[in-house]
Design a protein around this ligand. Structure first.
Ligand SMILES: [Zn+2]
Length: 109
C-alpha cells in the first residue's frame, strides 16, 4: 500500500495511507481540499489542495469526494426573479414552432 506523507501542524511529518485521506473536489480548483485525522495527536487537519496535490493524492489511490455545486448556483445573477408574467411569456413562446431558435438566440456565423 502506498504511504502518503502529510504534515500535521503539531506533529510534523506523518505517514498516512490512501484510506486516511479525505479529498474533496469542488467545482473550482480553489475549493479543492484534503483532510486527515492525525494518527499521532488525533487532530483533524484540513488543507487546500492545489492541482499538484490533487494529482499526487489521486495517484496514491485516494478516492475523491465530489462536492456537487451546480454551475448555475455560482453564476452571477442579474435582473429581477422570474415572475408569473415571465412564465406566461415562456408558455407563449413554447407554442410556436421556432421556440428553440428563439431561446437559443441568433446563431453564430
Ligand atoms: Zn498531529
Amino acid at each position: 500500500m502506498t504511504t502518503i506523507k502529510a504534515t500535521c501542524p503539531g506533529c510534523g511529518e506523518i505517514d498516512l495511507t490512501a484510506e486516511d485521506i479525505l479529498l474533496r473536489i469542488g467545482s473550482q480548483t480553489s475549493s479543492n481540499s484534503y483532510g486527515f485525522t492525525c494518527p499521532d495527536c488525533g487532530d483533524f487537519v484540513e488543507k487546500p489542495a492545489d492541482d499538484r496535490i490533487v494529482r499526487l493524492l489521486l495517484s496514491g489511490g485516494v478516492m475523491p469526494m465530489l462536492m456537487h455545486i451546480p454551475a448555475e448556483a455560482l453564476e452571477p445573477k442579474q435582473g429581477p426573479p422570474i415572475d408569473y408574467d415571465d412564465l406566461l411569456a415562456f408558455h407563449e413562446v413554447l407554442k410556436r414552432d421556432d421556440w428553440l431558435d428563439e431561446l437559443m438566440g441568433p446563431h453564430p456565423q
